[in-house]
Design a protein. Structure first.
Length: 357
């Protein structure tokens, strides 16, 4: 007799590599810049709402997440039926591949991009079609359109692109969508939407409203600072959103997470103020790094990208010497989150200490 065996594709699933926390250093404050977290504390009213909800932890959550669906519907001016919630936008990626792909079906996406994409695709026994990003870190949308075949079921467009930084323009996205067959689901991953400051930025709501095959994925983890609670949402045509809800984990979003998300939506003024401050720091870091000779890509998220190639491990070690932890991608580069002012000062110092090749 043999022991139970998982499906063959399970062994091929790449491991998700989370950002490392900093190691405490005597006499030196250390900073974690490896996970694109918001360095600010909870928004006003959020901690109180979460604490009150935690007092009811003996009860199951509202499986319908009624309050959050209602709040998002009102904020985005979309029907609740066009929304789907999940434990972060990562879960939404897993769910949509599960809902729309049979084994062997193809999912097209840029690479390098969000490392959860190949995990979710492989877990569903689908096939990843990775299209290299352009030298400046942007999506090669023409090549992605050319990569679509009769086996393609889903295309993922990460904008701004994690980890390289640039965002897709509305003009480029419209031209791309015109080339995509109507039966292919196009997912516009907008995890860093709130940080975008550029001309011709994508209007996700208008884009999904104009197409039957476009889905938006968003998260409360980044700008809203709820990374520890895991809340994400999708916006799309009713049949697509319904499919995501059908494969969602029952009671996935806790009562505490829902209360925190609703309270966060109510603190919009404070949110915008904090995001603007982070964007200002991003601009300062980009300018400071480029002044040292680094030609880093346009940054539209809350992070910057250093293309360090085979020097990536050395770059991460140099960052650690300065008391900051970055997210290295072996042989490619390092992503560095925008954090506290002192941490950002050290990023600029790192760029000086570790000049480009």
């Amino acid at each position: 007799m043999t022991s139970p065996q998982p499906r063959p594709n399970i062994a091929d699933i790449p491991a998700y590599v989370a950002g490392k926390p900093p190691v405490p250093r005597e006499g030196l404050t250390t900073y974690k810049l490896s996970s694109n977290e918001n360095p600010c504390p909870p928004l006003p009213g959020v901690l109180q709402a979460a604490t009150e909800a935690a007092g009811r932890m003996n009860r199951y959550p509202d499986m319908g997440n009624t309050q959050l669906y209602s709040a998002l519907s009102a904020r985005l001016h979309v029907p609740s039926e066009h929304l789907a919630l999940a434990t972060g936008s990562v879960a939404l990626i897993y769910q949509l591949v599960q809902a729309f792909c049979d084994p062997g079906d193809e999912v097209v996406y840029a690479w390098r991009s969000f490392e959860a994409y190949p995990i979710g695709v492989t877990a569903a026994a689908a096939t990843s079609i990775k299209v290299p990003v352009l030298p400046d870190g942007r999506h090669d949308l023409d090549a992605m359109a050319d990569a679509i075949t009769d086996r393609t079921k889903v295309v993922l467009v990460c904008t701004p692109n994690n980890p390289t930084g640039p965002a897709v323009t509305q003009t480029a996205l419209d031209a791309f969508l015109a080339k995509v067959p109507g039966h292919v689901l196009v997912v516009v991953d907008e995890a860093y939407l709130e940080f975008v400051r550029m001309d011709d930025a994508v209007d996700g709501i208008a884009t999904y409203a104009a197409h039957d095959n476009v889905l938006l994925t968003r998260t409360f983890s980044k700008a809203y600072g709820l990374a520890g609670f895991r809340v994400g949402y999708a916006v799309g045509p009713e049949p697509i959103a319904a499919a995501l809800r059908a494969v969602s984990l029952p009671f996935g979003i806790s009562s505490v997470a829902q209360a925190a998300a609703v309270a966060s939506l109510e603190a919009e003024d404070a949110l915008l103020e904090r995001v603007d401050a982070l964007v200002a720091e991003r601009v300062r870091v980009v300018e400071g790094v480029r002044a040292t000779g680094w030609d880093i890509p346009e940054a539209q998220g809350n992070f910057v990208w250093f293309e360090t190639g085979d020097r990536t491990a050395d770059f991460a070690a140099a960052a650690d010497d300065l008391g900051i932890v970055v997210r290295p991608f072996a042989g490619e580069g390092a992503r560095v989150s925008i954090g506290e002012t002192e941490a950002n000062d050290r990023v600029i110092q790192l760029a000086k200490d570790f000049p480009p090749a």
